[in-house]
Design a protein around this ligand. Structure first.
Ligand code: FES
Length: 568
């Protein structure tokens, strides 16, 4: 790693505006001393640390201990560590959906990094929306920043079977809905699914974001997969604090580190690890903050030439702690290094080629498969285009039933989440296993794009043993979910996309081979329907964040960022 002599403004950076700089500096020193710091400490370069712990965020339960370790590293390297609170987004604790607040957190992070006197910042977080929000905010703030993820949870056991949030959450819930697990059984599962601090234990959104962040060079090498409770996680935190001090004066901002080649590397890793569909949206938003792009055509090209190598749920069988034991994130990057652009810059000051120099000491081939024995020969995600999705839609083919990929079928339409909840288990619902379930008005403008795209199998079909159906919506899906689920249909129904015009009984054709998704309805009939179209927007409120969000949120292919926050 390169070490620079800090050229820091420290606490005297960005003085409060009184029209008298001398007075502002004197007052700031005075008030800072009231916190018990010596003059010697107050003269040091300042490293800010985002404090994202919250009693509403189980995944960040370990953040206070991580911050203590970061502070050790900052002090050892000659800096003054100062933590500051930000919005914290606990995935399961937010209404209507955490996605509606990712941009709010990103704005908070950006403004607090810029407004407060810090020379560099350590971004500490892990739960699904936190890592993208931290990176988006720090990218726009423009100060040197380094990411430290919380790390994944450990697995637990239920009747001898391993359990990990949250693929197993959904598996057992589907069994419960089908009458195969008792009330008592589901209660036992409920208390065993998430038993330690840290992020979801599978290749969900949090794990995917951690891996692609490392691939983009914005974390220390080898840190993405370290379990939250492992001592190595604290050592990584200490080293991250040290590196943050060294970043001061280096000019290594996220804008300098992350290029289009870094974004394409991230896509490559996302595909090789069978990662979350949500990561596409978050990566597009982060790229947009830097004037870069995630192209769905590029996704398809890279997907066709990138096998899925990581055997983790929901696409495979293992958990994040197994990925760590198998050699961790560095082993994965080494395994696919011929497909990466190794000239990209990293937070260490080195190139990716320097990190990945040499061969891995050992890799567990059951968890990180060799290219000759992949989980699937092509990447985990694919983008579909057509008359139903002019700006694209996403299918996680690695977690889907390939037997459903080339189909034409009848649409069974639900016009909203409320309509879905009211009718999906109706014994009189006109549906059979070959139909396509279609959900409208669950996109970014309509209701914040919740993880509702994993429509439940209608109760009567679930009880008859149906496990998967084609489901199509403008919603998202949890990275831990599985099934033949077409997501992020764009433009969304509430924006007047063709999805809004689908009616029950229409025919839809899907061809994954051709990357097509088409609504087979005559143009004049569609024109008739369009004439009576009225947008359905459920993000309520004429004030505050809901108003700002609704008026400025972009569609999925632009990462659902707000239009005025992107770098053009
Ligand atoms: Fe926080 Fe899954 S709920 S990572």
């Amino acid at each position: 790693m390169t070490t620079k002599t800090p050229h820091a403004q420290g606490l005297m950076g960005g003085l409060t505006n009184y029209g008298d700089a001398g007075f502002a500096a004197y007052l700031r020193r005075s008030f800072a001393r009231s916190m018990g710091y010596s003059a010697q400490m107050l003269a040091k370069p300042v490293v800010g640390i985002t404090a994202t712990a919250s009693d509403f965020n189980n995944c960040h339960r370990g953040v206070p201990e991580l911050i203590e370790a970061v502070k050790r590293g900052v002090l050892a390297a000659g800096g003054l560590p100062l933590e500051f609170p930000t919005v914290s987004l606990g995935e399961i604790f937010l209404n209507p959906t955490s996605m509606m607040f990712r941009n709010l957190m990103a704005m908070d992070v950006e403004e607090m990094i810029r407004a407060q006197p810090m020379d560099a910042v350590v971004l500490v977080g892990g739960c699904d929306k936190t890592v993208p929000a931290l990176l988006m905010g720090a990218a726009s703030a423009g100060k040197p920043a380094i990411l430290l993820v919380t790390g994944p949870m450990m697995t637990s056991r239920y009747r001898g079977e391993r359990l990990g949030a949250c693929t197993d959450c959904r598996r057992f819930w589907a069994q419960y809905r089908a009458g195969k697990v008792s009330d008592e059984g589901i209660q036992r599962v409920e208390q065993s699914l998430a038993t330690t601090e840290g992020t979801c234990a599978v290749m969900g959104t949090a794990s995917t974001m951690a891996l692609i962040a490392e691939a983009m060079g914005v974390t220390l090498p080898g840190t993405a997969a370290i379990p939250a409770v492992h001592a190595d996680r604290l050592r990584a935190a200490e080293a991250t604090g040290q590196r943050a001090v060294q970043l001061i004066g280096s000019g290594l901002t996220l804008e300098r580190i992350v290029t289009q080649a870094s974004i394409d590397n991230a896509l490559r890793v996302l595909l090789a690890c069978g990662g979350s569909t949500n990561a596409i949206v978050h990566l597009a938003a982060f790229a947009g903050r830097l004037g870069l792009k995630v192209s769905l055509d590029t996704l398809n090209r890279i997907s066709d030439e990138t096998p899925v190598l990581v055997d983790l749920k929901p696409s495979g069988t293992h958990y994040m702690e197994d990925l760590f034991a198998a050699g961790g994130s560095t082993a994965l990057l080494r395994r696919i290094k011929e497909k990466l652009n190794l000239d990209t810059q990293t937070i260490t000051g080195e190139r990716l080629s320097d990190w990945l120099n040499g061969e891995a000491e050992w890799i567990d081939n059951d968890v990180i498969r060799p290219a000759e024995n992949p989980i699937s020969p092509q990447g985990g995600l694919v983008a579909l285009f057509g008359s139903l999705a002019p700006s694209g839609a996403i299918l996680k083919r690695a977690a889907a039933d390939a037997g459903l990929f080339e189909r034409e079928a009848r649409a069974v339409v639900f016009t909203s989440l409320e309509d879905l909840a009211a009718r999906i288990d109706d014994p009189n619902l006109d549906v059979d296993a070959d139909d396509f379930l279609v959900l409208q008005n669950a996109g970014p403008i309509a209701c914040g794009m919740p993880e509702a795209g994993y429509l439940p199998i209608p109760g009567k079909l679930a009880r008859a043993g149906v496990k998967d159906m084609v489901r199509i919506s403008d919603a998202r899906m949890s990275g831990t979910a599985f099934g033949t689920v077409v997501l992020h249909v764009s433009p969304e129904a509430a924006a007047g996309g063709p999805l809004a015009l689908v009616r029950s009984g229409d025919r839809i054709r899907m061809s994954v081979r051709e990357r097509r998704l088409d609504l087979l309805v005559e143009a004049d009939e569609l024109a008739r329907r369009r004439a009576s179209f009225k947008p359905t927007v459920q993000v309520s409120g004429q004030r505050g964040w809901a108003k700002l969000y609704r008026e400025h949120v972009l569609q999925a292919e632009h990462g659902c960022d707000l239009d005025f926050l992107r770098k053009e």
